[in-house]
Every structure is written in structure tokens, then in C-alpha cells.
Unconditional design. Sequence first.
Length: 382
Amino acid sequence: MQLNADELRGRLAPLFQENFEKFGELGAAISVWQNGKPVLDLHGGFRDARREQPWTKDTLVLIWSATKGLGSACLLHVLQEHKIDIEQRVGEFWPEFAQAGKEKITLAQLLSHQAGLAALDRKIDILDYENVIDALETQEPNWPPGTAHGYHARTFGFLLDELVRRISGTRIAEYWRKVFAEPLGLDLWIGLPEKENARVATMYAPKVGKPPEPKQFYIDVATRGTFAHKVFSSPRGLNAVSEMNKPQIRAQSLVSLGGIGSANSLAKCYAMLANGGQMEDRSFFSEQTMRWMTTGLTDGLDRVFQIPTAFSAGFMKDSKSSERKRFGRSSSAFGHPGAGGSNGFADPENRIAFAYVMNQMELSVLPNEKSLRLIDAVYDAP
């Protein structure tokens, strides 16, 4: 399919406006790319609840777990550069990891949330990187690795970061800037410089309401003692949305949930991936590495979400049994959502990339109606 900019604007602009008028959006932006080129960018609303600071073209905002996609791209690039296959064991590169039943865990299993390290037994602060890594090394898997998958909400970023450090000698935040953000001119950060704070939209917690689907998952997340609550609170800390608005927290390299950027830059990153790993006469990924991203490694009931989910190497895909498609309509599509409503994905079959970001969160971890109706409209060409 070939997108037409005028037709796309005609379909998406009214829906985008409805997000503010009917769905309680405060500030938001959408970006759609095809064939490595921007097709549509829209932004609107405000950066603050007082509605004094308009959302502008260069507004940045927290993207929560959509950061996991950036971190995964970094690790996959490291593996590519060092000629490492994802079927190799994690312990080959991180010897201390290979204990407590984790000796045979492969990179593929780790990248597809099959390692069983979604929840930690030890109570460690999320800002205490060294102790989180030590806890992951000694942790027994939550289930036999490779037998099931479950979303690693907080631990995933630490697993990615430590592997990048072990293999490349560089932290993910630095690797991201050097390999992707600077060459592509991306206004997208893992660890925000202080001078950029003036452009960042304030993030607001979800308003109280009935839990969305899957209902039991959201009830469990809010209930102490459940596995889902443990997953979303280990390592502990930064559970209040307001904490994430502090400049000193924005500056942290939180690969699971701390990325900050614009919709245009998030979409441009996925545009490179949708374009076979090529952008602006540069090649970032080989065909083999792109296959790792597009090929599902696990699909079925998620131990955390309690509904079917699917993962490739580092990215989320639509489960074959999902009724609602979250990442476009191609079987090759992949991406990563962020809590509250942000979403980004690449569709290599149609060379389409999409990103939606906002600052008034909904009570959702997976993509919600505000972005899904826009995604549907992208594909509903006349």
C-alpha cells in the first residue's frame, strides 16, 4: 500500500482532534513515515495541566516502556557488530548470570521475555544499578526458562544494558546516542541532558476509572502479593508518575521506562527499521538482524498480562490470537508500547512507521483506543 499525505491527513486529523474533545487528551503528537520519509506529523494540546504551555513541534515527552524498543535495537546492533548469534547463551558474555538455574538461557529467550526474570525476590531500588544487576545474577527464574513468556516490565532494561556493557564496553545510553540518535538526528534520549528540560511536557497520572481489559491483570497490578504487582514493582521505586517529572530522574539511564523524545523522532527510528535497517544512505542493520526483529520467538498466554502476547527479539508483536491489532496489519510488524498510551512500531512489509506520544496517561500498559483508532485509519485507505 502507498500512503498519500493529503488523504492521510484527511483521515487522521479529525480523529486526532477527537482524542482531545472526546477522550480527554491533554497534549499529544503523532508521526507517520513511509519509505524512510515523513508522511504526516500532527501535534496539539498542552504540555501542562494549566494549559499555559502549548505543545509545539519540538516538545519532548516521556515514552515509558517504548524505551525498551530503543534498548533492544542497541543490543541487537551490538550482537551484529560482534557476530554473535541470538541462540548463544547469555552466560558466555555475562558469566555471573549463569547460576541459579539460568545457565542455559539464550539471548533469544532473554530478548523475548522467556527468561523468567520478570520479578525479583530481593527488594532493590531501581536507581541502584549495581545491586539490581547483582540481584538478577543470583535470582532463580520465576518459571523454567523457555517454557513460557511473561512481560519483564522493569528488569528487561537492566538485562539489555548489562549485556551491551559486557560486550561493547559502553552503556546503552551512550551507545544509543553514538550509533543511532546522532547519525539520524533523533530528538530522542535515554538520560535527558539538563539543558533539554525546558521542552519536556509534564506527565500526568491516569484519572481514576474502571480497569480496562484485561481486567484481572490491572486488578492484580494494584494488589499487593500478586505476581503482576511484584513484576511492576521490582526493582522498587519511581512508582508515582510525578517522580518521573523531576529533572534528576529524567537524567537517569532507565532503559525500561525512562526514554524521552518526540513522536517524529520515535517514528523516524522505526522508519529506519521499516525500511530494512537503511536510512539516509546509511545501513544500520543486516538482513539477518532484521529477521530477528520481525520473526516471532514466542506467542501465547503471557504470564504477566494474562492474555496472549507475542515477542520477537526485543520487540512486541501482535499475537496470532489477538482480536485487535496494536502494531498495524502486517505479520512482519513489530514495535513497543509505553504505559498510558504511547506507541511506536515498524511495518517492513508496507515500509510504514508510526508513533504516538502524549502526557495525560490512561490506565493502560498496552496501546489504548487513542492510538489504535489512528493506526486503523492509517491502513483504512479509501
